[in-house]
Design a protein around this ligand. Sequence first.
Ligand code: MG
Length: 386
Amino acid sequence: MKIAALIVAGGRGTRIGGEVPKQYQPLLGRPLLHHTLSAFVRHPRISDIVTIIHPDDASHYQTAVEGLSDPRLRVALGGATRQASVRAGLLALENTGVDQVLIHDGARPCIETGLLDRIINALSTDKGVLPALPVTDTLRRDNAGSAGETISREGLVRAQTPQAFPFSAILRAHQRAPHEDYTDDVALAAEAGIETVLVEGSEDNIKVTHPEDFARVSRLFASGSENRTGFGYDVHRFSEGTHVTLGGVEIPHTHTLLGHSDADVALHALTDALLGAIGEGDIGDHFPPSDPQWKGAPSRIFLEHAARLVRSRGGEIANLDVTLVCEAPKIGPHRDAMRRSIADMISVDVDRISVKATTSEKLGFTGREEGIAAQAVASVRLPVTV
Ligand code: MG
């Protein structure tokens, strides 16, 4: 029996926000879709894996399949609705000798081998298969914010994907569907007279819908977490001026710091520390000084970028610690403002941020008041993937 998988990934994911559709947003350092496709690539019974993508997403798809290089993977271009996209995917499988097809949401990356086995074991020549779970919470109507009547949950289940069907029957049902508004393939199949049997779904097989689902799915993939530490060091030279910017705070001074950006030596050291903790090179790799767009840039964008990279891997920042080395200006009076400013930039509690200062006893370039040096350490927790 030849079994194909059809992965529906043509949506624009507008509900979730972000610059790219949700199925291409990073999850543990890879596009979400990569994890979904991996699960099917790992299963030995799947003969073809057709991903239905939006015509604008070809390069996103290429990034998503990096590292998979499996001859069973290919794409079909989707249509205006989910239903039209599934139809296009089914047509792409026509004349390939496929007997059964599993139709799966690209945004459900936690599909396990065990669930695929349950579905495959239930396949038959004339019926569909639907993984489903019982409804355990009490269902109640929302009466404009107050609790309304209880709804019986008896006989109700939550429908998941992949939904599996005999190939020719579901292709015919799609080609003859009277409208484009079926919520899923089981509904469309039912109208065409195809009965669908239930198998037990999986609580982990969630559909990523809201931004917080990324963190939840990251936890499901992680077998634990590990601590990482990174170090950063930076120096900027003084020149004529009226203030310096340190930790995002403007501090009046007899000189300013010279640099391509706003020369915030504290934020630069912290950015390098965070990048170091996740092995992502240094600030110059991400924001080349040769690039005029960073001229005069506020350095907070560098630190925010590094924090985003940590979070895109499902990681979290445990703490940041920076030491400024200078004779002047005095850091003490501005220390708490700098801690709050840094904490705000990366959305962590202020008690996770430390700012310290020392002089170098008039020794060396900092002692001669030629510039300011900063040293920083970052500690992050990253999920360990199985
Ligand atoms: Mg610098």
